[in-house]
Every structure is written in C-alpha cells, then in structure tokens.
Write a protein that binds this ligand. Structure first.
Ligand code: XUL
Ligand code: CO
Length: 441
C-alpha cells in the first residue's frame, strides 16, 4: 500500500522547472567544497508537524486531510510509520525527529504508554533496516499532558518531576535503540507565568539536577548521542528558562553542564527572543556550542511561534554562512520544525513545503559558500577591527594595557578618527551574490 499515491521520488530539475513536485535548487548530488549537498545539509523531517499535526488553531478545528486518519489509536500510529518512511524516501530526507507522543499514543498508565512505544519502536527499527534514513534526534513531550501544567523538571510538584524523568529515561533508551545521533531538550513548560507563586531558584536548580541525571543515565546505558538544549524565550510560559543561546550558555556554565550540551537553534525562537536567526547561530558558533538547527521561520507581523517553512533566502544565506564557518553541524542537521499553513490542508502540500524548505536552504548554502570563498565578511571585519592588530589595540588584546597606558594614549590622540561602517554597501553586496548565484541558469 502506498500513502502518497500520485507522488514519485522528488528529483532535481533545476531553476527553470515549473514542476511543483521537483527541486529547483536542491541537487543532492551537487558538490560544494568537496561534499554533496545531501551530506552537508543533513535535512530532517519533524514527525509531529508532518504526520501528527491536524492543523487546528485556538480558533478552529483541524483541517488537514491525511489518509492515515481513517485509522485510530495504535492502528493510526502504525499507518503513520509506513507513511513516514515512504515520505522520507520520496522527499530524499535522510533524517527524522520525534517526540514520544508523536509516534505512539499515551496509554492509560505509564506502563501502557511504554508498551505502545515499544511496539512502534520495533516497527521503526524494521523500517530502518531497509532504509538509509537515520534518527537525528528524539525527545520527550513533557508539556502537553495536564500532569505537566506547572512544568516538568521545573514543576512545583515532585511527582511531575519524577514522571518527566521516567519519560526522558525511556526516550534515552529508545534513542540508543534507534541509533539517535542527538537527544533534544526543549523547555516545554520549563519556565513560569508569575513570580507571585514561583520559587525561581528551586525551579532552576531542579532543572540543573534533572539535566545531570539525564547525562548520568545516558552514560550508564552507553548512549553517546550529543545532548542539545533548544532555547525559546516565551510560549507556552511567559518566561521560559532557556530564553536564548546566551542565557542557556550561562545556565550550562552555572550548573557545570557545558561539556555535555550543545544548542539546537530554531529560527522562529530566535526572532521571538528579539534576535535574528544568525545572531543565535553566531553566538553558539563562536562559543563552540552550535549543535543542530530547527529550520523554520516566523511571521514578523505576529508575536508567536508560527513555525513556517523557510522561505526567506536572505535569512537562509546568513544562516548557512554560520553553519559553513562552523565546519558543518557535526552530528546535527537541519530539522524542519515547520508546519504547513492551516489553509494548506492537502496531503501533497507536505511535499510542496519540504521541497520549498530544502530549495531555500540549498540557495542559502550556495550563496553563503561563495561569500565565504571570497571572504566577503572576513575582509570587512578584518578591516573594521584593524586597530586591534597593532599599537595600543594589540596591547589591549594581549592584556598589556591598563588604564594608565590607555590614558597616556588618549592624551596624545587629539581626536578619535573612525571609519565608515558601510552597511548599505554591504547589504547591496549580499544581494548581488544572491542574484548572481543562479544568473543565466
Ligand atoms: C516548540 C519546539 C519543539 C521542539 C521539540 O516550539 O520547537 O517542537 O523543537 O520539542
Ligand atoms: Co523546535
């Protein structure tokens, strides 16, 4: 049985193609800097948005037409696994990601939930045998069920903490069984709504304790995946503890977790924090903690997490520049934590959306590679900070200056002479690279 009857394997047809079911820019075999696009980009499909999402919103019911929805419960979960592997194969994504509740329904007890998971994990294991698709990461959903109303590892209720720990323990075992390359902790409800009833210090200390327990258990069972924290500033709680890359880094350092975690940077979470996507990637990169990416985008006119498929090629270019400078994402990848719009309810929209996302990252990759090869930003930055390469600037950087030597320098200066930042020229240069990349093709 096939779940996507009228779709064949998606092929690269080039920028002139008007076939909606073909790649225009993502050519998996094309080599850039000695690596194929497929090897470098490591695209992942998010199980929740692609196979579980019904496209409901706070004002309306689900609209998604999915032919596995004719089933219910475990039958639907099994149908989704079949559909998922057919989808991975046809779209040509080599990775996927899931939360526990995406792949198997919760039972009436934790034990029954485990049994449901075991059945589906066995099935996934079998499908993986005949496929080269790998698990990029899995995670535990410790935020949807009412038991986590006050949080999970930062809950005011120790029983909720224990339940969350059990769910993560099970996911670490499943990650090991399925050969997961990373394991993700997104805060979910780890944060608070109001200080009026919150012990902020205890909650954060408990979160630190929880992460240490996870590190210890992974070690105990020999699960050597890269641990990732996914920062997000708000939603669902008003104040999420893993606010952004910089505050999460401070948290890791404070609790002695810095050797065990990297970050999973999501574009829409960056914008919710008042940052650009590339800011979050840059902060993580220069601090050695860029692990993986949730590839999506927000709507600049809305203040919540819209999780749209990436369409902004300016943003994918600057993001890919960071990833190139990072030497790639290591065990991480580009996971489409993105959903089709509520109005895009047909099943084939899942293909259109992933094709668009993959194409837009391919464009970004190509343009960013050229920018990196020509050292466009490196030259600008080298020139802009040249004053730190000699004289008093070199003394500052090398720790040889103090307030007395700096005062002496300033007294002899006359006035400070600055150079232009040339931002308009720089932006025009980026646009030139973007427009030239496919000119004449
Ligand atoms: C929520 C979000 C999650 C994480 C995994 O905003 O991004 O889907 O990626 O829990
Ligand atoms: Co995400």
């Amino acid at each position: 049985m096939t779940w996507f009857e009228n779709v064949d394997k998606i092929k690269f047809e080039g920028p002139k193609s008007n076939n909606p079911l073909a790649f225009k820019f993502y050519n998996p075999e094309e080599k850039i800097n000695g690596k194929t696009m497929e090897e470098f980009l490591r695209f992942g499909v998010a199980y929740w948005h692609t196979f579980t999402e019904d496209l409901s919103d706070p004002f309306g019911v689900g609209t998604a037409i999915r032919n596995w929805d004719k089933y219910d419960g475990m039958d639907r979960a099994k149908a989704r696994v079949e559909a998922a592997f057919e989808f991975f194969e046809k779209i040509g994504a080599k990775y996927f990601c899931f939360h526990d509740v995406d792949i198997a329904p919760e039972g009436d007890s934790l034990r029954e939930t485990y049994q449901n998971l075991d059945t589906i994990v066995d099935m996934i294991k079998n499908y993986k045998k005949d496929s080269d698709v790998k698990l990029l990461w899995n995670t535990a959903n410790n935020f949807t069920n009412p038991r986590f109303v006050h949080g999970a590892a930062s809950s005011s209720n120790a029983d909720a903490f224990a339940y969350a720990a059990a769910k993560v323990k099970k996911q670490l075992e499943i990650g090991k069984e399925l050969g997961g390359e990373n394991y993700v902790f997104w805060g979910g409800r780890e944060g608070y709504e109001t200080l009026l009833n919150t012990d902020l210090k205890l909650e954060q200390d408990n979160l630190g304790r929880f992460f240490h327990m996870a590190v210890d258990y992974a070690k105990e069972i020999g699960f050597d995946a890269q641990f990732l924290i996914e920062p997000k500033p708000k939603e669902p709680t008003t104040h999420q503890y893993d606010f952004d890359a910089q505050s999460t880094h401070a948290f890791l350092l404070k609790y002695g977790l810095e050797d065990h975690f990297k970050l999973n940077i999501e574009a829409n979470h960056a914008t919710l924090a008042g940052h650009t996507f590339e800011h979050e990637l840059r902060y993580a990169r220069v601090n050695g903690i860029l692990g993986s990416v949730d590839a999506n985008q927000g709507d600049p006119l809305l203040g919540w997490d819209t999780d749209e498929f990436p369409a902004d090629i300016y943003s994918t270019t600057l993001a890919m520049y960071e990833i190139i400078k990072n030497g790639g994402l290591g065990s991480g990848g580009l996971n489409f934590d993105a959903k089709v719009r509520r109005g895009s309810f047909e099943q084939n929209d899942l293909f259109h959306a992933h094709i668009a996302g993959m194409d837009h990252f391919a464009v970004g990759y190509k343009v960013a590679s050229q920018l990196a090869e020509d050292q466009v930003f490196e030259k600008i930055i080298d020139d802009r900070y040249a004053s730190f390469k000699e004289g008093i600037g070199k003394d500052i950087v090398e720790g040889k200056a103090d307030f007395k030597s700096l005062e002496q320098h300033a007294l002899n200066l006359g006035e400070v002479e600055n150079k232009s930042g040339r931002l308009e020229l720089i932006k025009a240069t980026i646009n030139q690279y973007l427009l030239n990349a496919y000119a004449g093709k």
